[in-house]
Design a protein around this ligand. Structure first.
Ligand SMILES: [Zn+2]
Ligand SMILES: [Zn+2]
Length: 226
């Protein structure tokens, strides 16, 4: 069930191997941030109905990065409608050339068809969805194209697989993972202003989110001896 975080932001904690999914409703945009593996698309459709949307109403999909547990759900949505897909340049450009290797689809036995990423994101990109604006922060480390998204005027930060609660953070042992970059990105996130953190896995950081970010940064720094 989607948990309502603010007037227009809803958060779904994942089933099994899926990423968490955030749904954002603005005037004329229905946005998903990350989509899960796609294995539970019909359940997602039902849960979107409960918050006044559906798979076929999605206008935009923003991916915090392109691992299969975040991008896989794009496929069933593309069968239902034609949303615009937004992804950081470092991962969008290979995908647009037909190289799906960074999604890890092969590793996990998921056969992803070629995709077209229409909106290529960079550090500082601003996504304007009418009533809702999001700013893009490039936070490599878990993967080269990982981003954190700030939803303007809400105090909500979508932290992808960069920052998890409880002093945790994304792994760095997949292709393009980089411990030094992750530590740098966690430092940056810990210095940002936000009240609520919505991660790619595990539960929402609703209280002491900034403190949680600082703890993750300190633990990562220690773990990787940086
Ligand atoms: Zn993930
Ligand atoms: Zn990931």
């Amino acid at each position: 069930m989607f948990d309502q975080i603010s007037k227009s932001v809803y958060f779904l904690v994942s089933r099994s191997f899926d990423s968490n999914i955030t749904f954002i409703k603005s005037d004329d945009h229905h946005i998903l941030v990350d989509t899960g593996t796609g294995l539970y698309a019909s359940a997602l459709d039902r849960e979107l109905h409960d918050v006044g949307s559906s798979l076929s109403s999605i206008t935009d999909i923003v991916l915090t990065h392109s691992h299969i547990d975040h991008i896989g759900g794009v496929i069933p949505i593309l069968e239902a409608c034609s949303p615009k897909i937004h992804l950081h340049r470092a991962e969008a450009e290979p995908i647009n050339k037909g190289d799906m290797s960074n999604t890890l689809g092969d590793t996990f036995g998921a056969d992803l068809p070629p995709l077209k990423i229409e909106n290529i994101l960079d550090e500082g990109s601003v996504l304007d969805f009418g009533g809702v604006k999001m700013s893009v922060f490039h936070t490599p480390g878990h993967s080269e194209g990982s981003i954190v998204l700030e939803i303007e005027n809400t105090g909500i930060l979508l932290t992808g697989d960069t920052l998890f609660p409880g002093g945790s953070f994304g792994r760095v042992d997949f292709p393009t993972g980089n411990p030094a970059k992750l530590v740098e990105s966690l430092k940056r996130v810990s210095e940002m202003e936000f009240d609520v953190g919505l991660p790619g896995h595990m539960n929402a950081m609703k209280y002491n989110a900034k403190k949680s970010a600082l703890t993750s940064y300190q633990i990562a720094k220690q773990m990787f001896r940086l």
